[in-house]
Design a protein around this ligand. Structure first.
Ligand SMILES: *Cc1c(COP(=O)(O)O)cnc(C)c1O
Length: 389
């Protein structure tokens, strides 16, 4: 064997996003013990930073030692017991995954389906919740498979109105658009580190409300997963009264998350949201000047995940191949019914800069030209620059 040297890529897919040199440097600092007092100080800082990030002062906020999917699994497995009713919104890949998990928790599931590329319909959710005692309403705030934002505030309000606990997938939204657990009165929120937080994958920040914790405490049987049982986890992350061994936290990964949070607060969360929105406007202006069309209606678009329709006669995979080979640029493919139909262009965290937008337009323009598609690349760059002037 030899040491692995990864190629130097520019990451503009659905995640991971580019990790900044300061976060990479933090990851390589010396490993210490997970019960070391210095490490416990770091854990406390991370908890406080996550509660600020989710705006969840009254929630329990910790990073789970596994990627975003762990947050999803933890939310569903902790809140649901066999026989419980879960209303789950499906308008892309991640809603589909939640339905599967809730079924495995033994819940009865009502899936509220909306077309891929459209937001969750409030009317359909209201109809599904009405006249039934659902334990949980789960939905994806920012659907990374389609580039659609759903109305989290209204969906959480519907859950409250009908006495259900809300589960909000914020994997792609956190750090890129506003997430506000307190204003939404949301119960469980979970995210990941490799999207708009621009740390490597492998951790899942979660927030559990007091209502959610009380509901877990009142369970008839234990949650069916041990590692992400929130009650057990709190003996490790809880702090007060000393920590007891639960598992060994991924120490260096937590250095990375901590540094990415320091960077985000240095910039300011609002400033980061504005940056994502501006880069999105710039990219869309450039793509449209190239003659390309967006999948999602403007009012439902996510700034951090842009779905672009593949023009007729163009080979979707060949374009991604071209930009990877010639520009070291990673773009995302369509999933499910959108396979071969769209590209997914991420502008997440450290990948949301004018340089990334210009690189993407240049590389994409060249790849399209190689297939005989006539787009004006100079006009695309000019349009992208004009929005930032
Ligand atoms: C990426 C993603 C996940 C899963 O996160 P992993 O870190 O890949 O496990 C879940 N939900 C959404 C909306 C995502 O974008």
């Amino acid at each position: 064997m030899q040491s692995f040297q990864p190629p130097r890529r520019v990451l503009m897919g659905p995640g991971p996003s580019d990790v900044s040199p300061r976060v990479l440097a933090a990851l390589s600092r010396p490993t210490i013990g997970h019960l070391d007092p210095a490490f416990q100080g770091l854990m406390e800082e991370i908890k406080a930073a996550l509660s600020r990030l989710f705006n969840a002062p009254d929630h329990i906020c910790v990073p789970l030692s596994a990627p975003g999917t762990a947050g999803m699994e933890s939310a569903l497995m902790n809140l649901l017991e066999p026989g419980d009713l879960a209303v789950i919104c499906v308008n892309g890949v991640f809603g589909t995954r939640m339905v599967d998990m809730a079924g495995r928790a033994g819940a009865e599931v009502i899936a509220v389906e909306d077309a891929w590329g459209t937001p969750v319909s409030l009317d359909k959710v209201e109809a599904a919740l009405s006249g039934r005692q659902a334990k949980v309403l789960a939905f994806v705030h920012a659907e990374t498979s389609t580039g659609v934002r759903s109305d989290a505030a209204s969906l959480c309000a519907l859950a409250r109105k009908h006495g259900a606990l809300s589960i909000v997938d914020c994997v792609t939204s956190l750090g890129g658009i506003a997430v506000d657990a307190a204003a939404w009165d949301a119960d469980v929120l979970y995210s990941g580190t490799q999207k708009c937080l621009s740390a490597p994958p492998g951790l899942s920040p979660v927030a559990f409300s007091k209502r959610a914790v009380a509901s877990i405490a009142a369970r008839k049987e234990k949650p069916r997963n041990w590692l992400f049982d929130i009650g057990l986890l709190m003996s490790y992350w809880g702090g007060e009264g000393g920590r007891t061994y639960h598992h060994t936290a991924p120490i260096n990964a937590l250095y990375g998350l901590h540094e990415s949070l320091v960077a985000l607060f240095e910039e300011g969360q609002q400033a980061a949201f504005v940056r994502h929105a501006r880069m999105h406007e710039s990219l869309v202006a450039g793509l449209e000047a190239l003659g390309l069309e967006m999948l999602v209606a403007p009012e439902h678009r996510l700034p951090q995940l842009n779905t672009v329709k593949v023009p007729a006669g163009v080979d979707e995979a060949a374009v991604r191949d071209h930009v990877l080979t010639h520009w070291n640029l990673e773009l995302g493919a369509g999933l499910g019914p959108l396979k071969g139909q769209v590209w997914r262009i991420g502008l997440m965290g450290a990948s949301a800069t004018p340089w990334h937008v210009r690189l993407c337009l240049t590389a994409l323009g060249e790849a399209l030209a190689a297939q005989g598609y006539q787009g004006d690349r100079a006009a695309a760059l000019a349009a992208a620059d004009a929005t930032l002037a």
